[in-house]
Design a protein around this ligand. Structure first.
Ligand code: NZQ
Ligand code: ZN
Length: 381
């Protein structure tokens, strides 16, 4: 196990009716900016619950943070936050609303342009404190310091890390209004977050392996049940906690991490607007295939413990395990092939070009460069 430092300061406020607890978490003296997406919270009653809970507070609202939040939109929120001198920000929505809010929070006290902070997070010295009412279990953004921001002008999408949310309100009942496609993408995203921290080399940490496998196994068990009963409180509670636990650092202690699938997925989103979870469902099986020699021992462990695959030669088992992984994503209703979305050589060449130009070396062995990304993408066709 590698040395590590672990600290996660985000408080979780979990359960039915927990939005009503907001006044316990935010000072009455604060001038609060509420940030929202495109309006789902107006239709499902979350907006009215938040407004009722924050009665008597000095509130400013910013609407319109889109999926894959764009810096072009966030700049307007930064201007509003500066003009209004807000001293707390509450993101009410999915991962995009919260990711956008992480940049808004860092850019309000910053004199330059917000995109500079995405490209060079070392410039972030301070941030307006922020928190979230999370309405979509997927990103883990509610309990981590990461955010992924898109730039329309340059067709780029980059992650940065800065501040953690102060708290996260997680009421599983708010997920009842999620469209099935968003649930499918959320489950896929959660699954791949675990895989990025787990599917590297064996023997690093028995405990991290078991925690990771616990989340993976739980997701494969609840996914078909959620499909039948998307308004079952216990199922949605389990799903919501899986998403938070998958990317809050708990399964990453002392182990190597991969993230090549995410980096390639971000390019597909930047170039074609793919929904994040679906981009991962397409790329992960191909990453496993292309790097199957390097990851073989862990793939075999994963296949045995998650899918009960124990028979046959190593090569046959690896192929079956990758096929089962792809079948899991398809069972969610997601595409798993680029050709299904009419994406082909032109995109592969552009991603290879970008990775070569940036000199990237992704993955636990730092060997996913432009050429390896090309091989992975060709395997997604
Ligand atoms: O915008 P509104 O109207 O609110 O609707 C949203 C949006 O259209 C809707 N939605 C959210 N909660 C709902 C709901 N609809 C009905 N009922 C609800 N309860 O769902 C749509 C998608 O929302 P979005 O926030 O974009 O989804 P998600 O939470 O999956 O976030 C995706 C973004 O997070 C980034 C992704 O790259 C992508 O940009 N990620 C962030 C990470 C992080 N911060 O650590 C890690 C991830 O790997 C990921 O990259
Ligand atoms: Zn993700």
């Amino acid at each position: 196990m590698n040395n590590f430092t672990f600290q996660n300061p985000t408080k979780l406020v979990f359960g039915k009716g927990s939005i009503a607890q907001l006044p316990k978490e935010i000072s009455k003296k604060a001038k609060v900016m509420l940030t929202f997406g495109g309006g789902s919270v107006k239709n499902n009653g979350v907006y009215s619950q938040v407004i009722a809970a924050l009665e008597g507070y000095n509130l400013v609202e910013f609407w319109g943070i889109e999926p894959n939040p764009k810096v072009e939109t966030l700049r307007k929120a930064v201007e509003l936050g500066k003009a209004e001198k807000v001293d707390f920000i509450l993101a009410v929505g999915g991962g995009s609303t919260l990711d956008g809010t992480k940049l808004i929070a860092a850019a309000i006290p910053y004199a330059g342009d917000a995109w500079e902070l995405v490209l060079n997070p070392k410039l972030i010295k301070t941030a307006v404190p922020f928190a979230s009412v999370m309405t979509l279990p997927a990103t883990g953004s509610e309990m981590n310091s990461g955010a992924v921001i898109s730039n329309v002008a340059t067709k780029e999408k980059f992650a940065f890390h800065a501040h953690f949310p102060q708290f996260a309100v997680l009421d599983p009942e708010v997920t009842y209004s999620l469209p099935p496609y968003q649930i499918a993408c959320g489950i896929a995203d959660t699954f791949v977050h675990v895989m990025e921290q787990y599917l590297t080399s064996p023997g690093q940490s028995l405990l991290m392996d078991r925690w990771a496998e616990g989340i993976l196994k739980t997701l494969t068990e609840i996914a078909p049940e959620i499909d039948e009963n998307p308004q079952d409180y216990d199922l949605m509670s389990t799903y919501m906690l899986c998403a938070t636990m998958a990317l809050n650092g708990f399964i990453a202690m002392g182990v190597p991490q991969d993230w090549a699938t995410h980096m390639i997925g971000h390019e597909l989103t930047a170039l074609h607007g793919l929904t994040h979870g679906e981009s991962l469902a397409i790329v992960l099986p191909a990453t496993m295939t292309v790097l199957s020699e390097q990851k073989k021992d862990k793939i075999l462990q994963y296949g045995e413990r998650i899918f009960g695959i124990t028979k046959g030669s190593d090569g046959l088992r690896v192929a079956e395990i990758i096929a089962r992984t792809e079948a899991f994503f398809r069972s969610l209703g997601l595409h798993t092939r680029l050709s299904e979305l009419n994406i082909g050589e032109e995109t592969i060449a552009e991603i290879e070009r970008r990775f070569d130009e940036r000199g990237v070396k992704f993955g636990e062995c730092q060997n996913v460069n432009g050429a390896v990304a090309r091989a992975i993408l060709e395997c997604c066709l």
